[in-house]
Design a binder for this molecule. Structure first.
Ligand SMILES: NC(=O)c1ccc[n+]([C@@H]2O[C@H](COP(=O)([O-])OP(=O)(O)OC[C@H]3O[C@@H](n4cnc5c(N)ncnc54)[C@H](O)[C@@H]3O)[C@@H](O)[C@H]2O)c1
Length: 333
């Protein structure tokens, strides 16, 4: 296979998925968030909560009364987000804890600092992400899209799972929400090539990380159902949203985005709506294993329902991150 044939297909497929998602967005009814009951007494962790959709999500949950912990790798941005959210919502329970999802040591330190607060955890929003970064590796040597977008959240969720299980109640499940993307529909996931080490395509690597997050969520939900925990796991597809995620586009892409985004793209507030809905809606009480788009359950890519692939990816991810495989306990088999 030539280098070009390896690079072009994922690139074209990702742009096709983007255009398709834009068309759907243009012709579908705008999703308006309903009013939610007060979320006072609940605690949420939002990764990447200082910027873009993560910021809008943190602000909205804070407005609803939640205690929000912003987990992000930019200290000054994080502190500024805390200040403005506190000012706007008059909710003092907004905090920043440093967490670099491209470093397992940093993720473990974040979890240690969070647990030292002896708080419960009712909502974990795996939102942070990077897109189209040049070929480079995380601190632990993983391809960056895979390592940060997927493995970072895999590790974080596993380390917080006990706290989530202890915090969920029969009438009020704890919730894990993971932000994926329409690009997962055109992704390929080859277990022997997770690092994209042969032929690197930043488009293919991003799409693969987003498919891995869907597979992870479904496998997590199987485990939660099998062990009858009061925790649910869902995936959120925000649509095409005007944020800094596109900063690594080439110059032509940037020009096209600049000319079209104001009309075709969602604002970060609109993009965050489905994650907020999934975090706070009473409609989703006890509902897990869903792919949510525009506030509704939608079908994800066929391959994401492949239970064998979900299981294999989970086992490999446990090995890569060094966490105990909670799904391997005998009563799940
Ligand atoms: N913008 C879109 O059109 C779109 C479409 C589909 C999915 N998404 C997904 O939505 C999520 C939010 O993206 P956004 O559009 O708001 O982009 P954004 O660039 O505004 O936000 C990304 C967030 O991730 C954080 N982040 C990046 N690297 C990090 C690291 N190493 N450690 C911790 N945090 C880190 C950033 O600080 C930022 O807060 C991402 O997962 C993205 O893949 C976005």
């Amino acid at each position: 296979m030539s280098l070009w044939s390896a690079i072009l297909p994922p690139l074209l497929r990702v742009y096709a998925a983007g255009v398709w998602a834009l068309l759907v967005q243009l012709f579908s009814r705008h999703f308006a968030l309903p009013e939610f009951p007060s979320q006072h007494g609940k605690v949420a962790v939002v990764t990447g909560g200082a910027k873009g959709m993560g910021y809008c999500t943190s602000r909205h949950l804070s407005r609803l009364g939640m205690h929000v912990i912003i987990a992000s790798n930019n200290e000054s941005e994080g502190q500024e987000a805390v200040r403005t959210i506190r000012e706007e919502t008059l909710n003092e329970k907004v905090e920043f804890i440093y967490c670099d999802l491209a470093s397992m040591k940093s993720i473990r330190k974040f979890v240690y600092q969070f647990k030292a607060k002896h708080l419960q955890l009712h909502v974990l929003i795996n939102n942070a992400g990077v897109m189209l970064v040049p070929k480079r590796k995380t601190v632990d040597g993983f391809e960056e899209h895979f390592g940060l977008n997927y493995l970072g959240h895999f590790l974080l969720t596993n380390l917080l799972l006990e706290t989530l299980k202890e915090s969920g109640r029969q009438d009020c499940d704890a919730r894990v929400l993971t932000v994926s993307s329409a690009t997962h529909y055109v992704a390929e996931l080859q277990l022997h090539e997770l690092q994209n080490s042969c032929y690197y395509s930043s488009h293919g690597a991003y799409a693969q990380s987003k498919l891995a997050l869907v597979l992870f969520t479904y496998q997590l939900q199987h485990h939660l159902t099998a062990t009858r925990c009061h925790v649910t796991a869902n995936v959120v597809d925000p649509g095409v949203v005007n944020t800094e995620l596109y900063k690594n586009l080439n110059w032509a892409g940037k020009v096209i985005k600049w000319m079209t985004a104001w009309f075709f793209f969602k604002t970060p507030e609109e993009g965050a709506a489905t994650a907020i809905f999934a975090a706070a809606s009473p409609e989703l009480e006890g509902v897990g294993g869903c792919y949510l788009h525009n506030g509704k359950r939608t079908k994800s890519a066929d391959i994401s329902y492949d239970e064998d692939l979900q299981r294999k990816l989970w086992v490999m991810s446990c090995k890569m991150t060094g966490v105990h495989d909670v799904t391997s306990s005998s009563h799940e088999n």
